[in-house]
Write a protein that binds this ligand. Structure first.
Ligand code: ATP
Length: 379
């Protein structure tokens, strides 16, 4: 019998023979005394879609501007294909930066906007039209070639900017909030287009975004940044399911965080004492945690079940009272008050119509989860 086709796993960062395209080696950037980027070391690989995620001011744009050559590192080195970028001016780097504002020329047609950079490059003049046509096809803009930027929609302008950035076939495309100007629906569609174009051209993309869902959707790896440092660099699923810190758990998605003290119960099992008179929370960890260590237990609301009768098959059951319900159409989030006034959120997919829902405000409920549903965090 034929084996089902397996999608090859793309994970060059796990392959010791793979050479990185970009290497940040202990890179620091100071503006006066202020440290905007703080000793970052990271390898980014060919064909990666690498996302920088973090709150405003954490150093994302500065990191990107150093790659593009608009800022110089105060310390450390940045290599592209093994070559130190320091002496190479921005216009000679095989990188291209697409800005949030797109910066299209309003008086030029879509066609000429895309051709603009090529005309100033070393590309022979007679090859330019074919390249422009190829970019128009790639971004599905053939029909709009003769229009000016004000005669097309925001999403189409975004695609022109992308076509123009990719025309010179850079090794690395830097995208600073590329979808920031688009509304939510268009933004989601464009994310998929962006991934498709990235895959077709095989270009390495480095994207800066505020939007965690966007980073999770498009990226091969996500770097979560804070105060000029990368707190965790991992695949989207690991960032979500295995955050390495309270900061990352809290930054990505919705999460319940409970503080307590851990006691080892054998192998990878731990009991976390978190409230007077309450049963300990049972959880697992691959790390060896010393007896009595103060820890945080983090669990996503969708991993917490809610019921009006006590479940018998779950390692953890916590009693509480419904204090609030947020109905979001596809899901409902129940805020449940438990021991000591703490709130724990449980999220339920709305499989049934609203009218038949059986849990409501002030109901006594039982929250439950397995011992592997959450993570124990040590920092
Ligand atoms: P945002 O998401 O708001 O764009 P960011 O993470 O991209 O933020 P950066 O633009 O990299 O942040 O800025 C990092 C820090 O460095 C900020 O505190 C910013 O004020 C500071 N900074 C950036 N450029 C300069 C500059 N030219 N002079 C002084 N400080 C600067």
């Amino acid at each position: 019998m034929a084996q089902p086709a397996q999608r090859p796993v793309f994970a060059p960062w796990n392959d010791p023979n793979e050479k990185p395209l970009i290497q940040f080696q202990n890179v620091t950037k100071k503006f006066g005394e202020f440290v905007a980027v703080d000793g970052i070391t990271i390898d980014i690989f060919r064909r990666e879609f690498f996302a920088l995620l973090g709150p405003s001011g954490c150093g994302k744009t500065t990191l990107m501007r150093m790659l593009a050559g608009f800022e110089k590192p105060t310390e450390g080195q940045i290599l592209l294909d093994g070559v130190d970028l320091a002496p190479i001016p921005p216009n000679k780097r095989e990188t291209n930066m697409m800005f949030q504002s797109y910066a299209l020329f309003p008086h030029l047609t879509v066609w000429d906007n895309i051709a603009f950079g090529l005309r100033r490059s070393e590309m022979p003049k007679d090859r330019i039209p074919a390249r422009v046509e190829e970019m128009l096809r790639l971004t599905r803009l053939e029909k709009f070639a003769r229009r000016k930027p004000h005669q097309i929609s925001g999403g189409q302008r975004q695609r022109v900017a992308l076509a123009r950035s990719l025309a010179k076939a850079p090794k690395l495309l830097l995208l600073d909030e590329p979808l920031g100007a688009l509304d939510k629906k268009l933004r989601q569609d464009t994310q998929f287009e962006l991934m498709d174009i990235q895959e077709k051209t095989g270009t390495t993309f480095l994207i800066v975004t505020h939007d965690q869902e966007e980073a999770m959707t498009v990226a091969s790896r996500v770097a979560v940044m804070d105060h000029g440092r990368m707190i965790q660099v991992d695949t989207p699923d690991r960032i979500y399911e295995n955050p390495n810190s309270v900061y990352v758990a809290d930054f990505i998605g919705d999460v319940n965080i409970v503080e307590g003290r851990a006691t080892r119960k054998g192998d990878d099992k731990y009991a976390i004492a978190w409230a007077e008179g309450q049963p300990d929370i049972m959880a697992t960890s691959n790390e060896r945690i010393e007896q009595g260590t103060k820890v945080h237990f983090a669990i996503r609301p969708e991993k917490v079940a809610i019921a009006t009768s006590r479940p018998t098959d779950r390692a953890n059951v916590i009693e509480g009272k419904v204090s609030d319900i947020a109905y979001l159409g596809n899901i409902s989030t129940y805020k449940v008050e438990v021991a000591g006034g703490r709130m724990i959120k449980a999220q339920v997919a709305n499989e049934r119509r609203l009218a038949r829902r059986d849990i409501t405000w002030d109901d006594k409920v039982f929250l439950s989860f397995t011992d592997t549903a959450g993570v124990i965090l040590l920092r």
